[in-house]
Design a protein around this ligand. Structure first.
Ligand SMILES: [Zn+2]
Length: 361
């Protein structure tokens, strides 16, 4: 059983991520709405693999800075090809979080000190909040939350993370921009009977991580009811599927695949998936910062990631042991392994070295 990523695989992963980054300045791909996400996944993964991106990827800086759009009342990140349209709808919450973290990874203190307009960015976040406390990810041309967008725990988490990155720490800091009590009501309304958070009373690993991370940034973890906390821990621990040991989930799971052993799934009766290792481990760490690793089988999840979903030929990680590697699951697989090694702040999904460089907690 192999417990660490060896140097040869690290070099392949870095090349895999670099190939995605090298596509960035191409005009042909200017309309790709996911370009900031790709930059965020690639730069985060490379940094976590031990290659400081602020040294080798400064060529990305101008492009990422150019994604920061200031309108009269709002600011945020959008894809530059849409910049000339000056449409509010092109700025969205995920792009804004990805853009800010990319600039942190690139060590761009000047942007945060001199270019970032916290008032207009805060106004954008504020305007995305709906009366029920949740958030849409973008606004319509009149400056109201888009009716065509979904609103769920992901965007709540992203909104809170962005506010944290622009300096909000206390409840009164956050309350300058958003209705914190409505947001908390919304998050807590997504508790599920069997533990975890999700829509329609169906707990989901990703939503659970988003809810717990948002509560952590808002300093509200102490308000989680004790019995729900216990149920959530139980639900999370049972996301690890295993053919050996004390885990019995596979007996109940018709879709159980023996090759999934050690991996985490995101919902009941689903197959394991690389990204849920991160979402579930992060959730466990938030709820049990000291004891989390005793609740699951850590060597088995390492083994699943390194020997089932890591691609040792071309680099990167795949969703499972069948698919080709992709940049999202590569970043998630590497982040899960680095979470175990305590090298990443899972709540914000930022490498700890970068957190230190920006003096963030
Ligand atoms: Zn996945």
């Amino acid at each position: 059983m192999q417990g660490v990523m060896d140097d040869k695989n690290v070099a392949k992963h870095i090349k895999f991520c670099q190939r995605h980054l090298q596509l960035l300045p191409s005009h042909r791909l200017d309309i790709d709405p996911n370009r900031l996400a790709i930059a965020f996944y690639s730069l985060t993964a490379i940094e976590l693999l031990g290659k400081p991106v602020r040294k080798d990827f400064q060529y990305s800086l101008d492009w990422i800075r150019s994604c920061y759009i200031e309108l009269a009342d709002y600011s945020g990140f959008a894809i530059p090809s849409f910049r000339h349209a000056k449409q509010l709808t092109t700025i969205n919450l995920p792009n804004t979080l990805f853009g800010l973290i990319c600039l942190m990874l690139l060590g761009d203190h000047e942007f945060f000190d001199e270019k970032l307009n916290r008032d207009t960015l805060g106004k954008f976040i504020s305007s995305c909040q709906l009366p029920d406390g949740s958030f849409t990810s973008f606004l319509d041309n009149a400056g109201y939350p888009s009716k065509f967008d979904s609103h769920d725990l992901r965007f709540c988490y992203i909104a809170v993370s962005i506010l944290y990155l622009i300096g909000c720490r206390s409840e009164s800091d956050f309350s300058r921009y958003i209705n914190v009590s409505k947001l908390l009501q919304y998050i807590m309304s997504r508790q599920c009977t069997m533990g975890g958070f999700g829509d329609w009373n169906e707990p989901h690993g990703g939503y659970t991580s988003c809810a717990l991370s948002a509560l952590s940034l808002l300093n509200q973890l102490q308000n989680i009811p004790a019995s729900f906390r216990q149920d959530t821990l139980h639900w999370l621990v049972n996301r690890q599927v295993s053919a050996i040991g004390v885990f019995v989930e596979q007996d109940l799971n018709d879709d159980y695949d023996p090759d999934d052993s050690g991996g985490f799934n995101g919902r009941e009766n689903k197959l394991a998936d690389t990204c849920y290792a991160f979402w579930c481990l992060n959730s466990l760490r938030i709820l049990e910062p000291q004891r989390w690793s005793q609740l699951i089988d850590v060597p088995l999840i390492r083994d699943y990631l390194l020997n089932q979903t890591q691609n040792k030929m071309v680099g990167g990680f795949a969703k499972n042991d069948q698919d080709d590697p992709d940049i999202y699951h590569s970043m998630m697989g590497i982040s899960a392994l680095k979470l175990i090694d305590d090298e990443i702040n899972g709540v914000l999904c930022i490498p700890k070295l970068i957190m230190d460089n920006f003096n963030l907690r």
